[in-house]
Design a protein. Structure first.
Length: 92
């Protein structure tokens, strides 16, 4: 797989284990977390991660589907997108 960074966002009601479950999922697919930021806003958990997909065992489209299912199972919303697309969308 080519070197590519992606942005993962996780938003939902705060609960125990969100970071652990997402991190475990990523590790199982050989995805390294390059940077992570999380906070609690009015009881809502908000996390953004920059991940390195260079060694990922599945393509980003498959990750997107699997992560959305993981989010559904956990009661949070998880999204993943190519860092270049994310940056282009948020350029001022």
């Amino acid at each position: 797989m080519q070197f590519m960074n992606a942005i993962i966002t996780v938003v939902g009601t705060d609960q125990v284990g969100i970071i652990a479950k997402v991190s475990t999922f990523l590790a199982q697919h050989h995805i390294n977390i390059a940077d992570i930021s999380q906070t609690i806003l009015s009881g809502n958990f908000v996390m953004m991660m920059v991940v390195d997909l260079a060694e990922a065992t599945v393509p980003i489209e498959t990750l997107r589907t699997q992560m959305q299912q993981l989010g559904t199972d956990m009661g949070v919303e998880i999204n993943i997108m190519n860092e270049k697309v994310f940056s282009a969308m948020h350029r001022i």
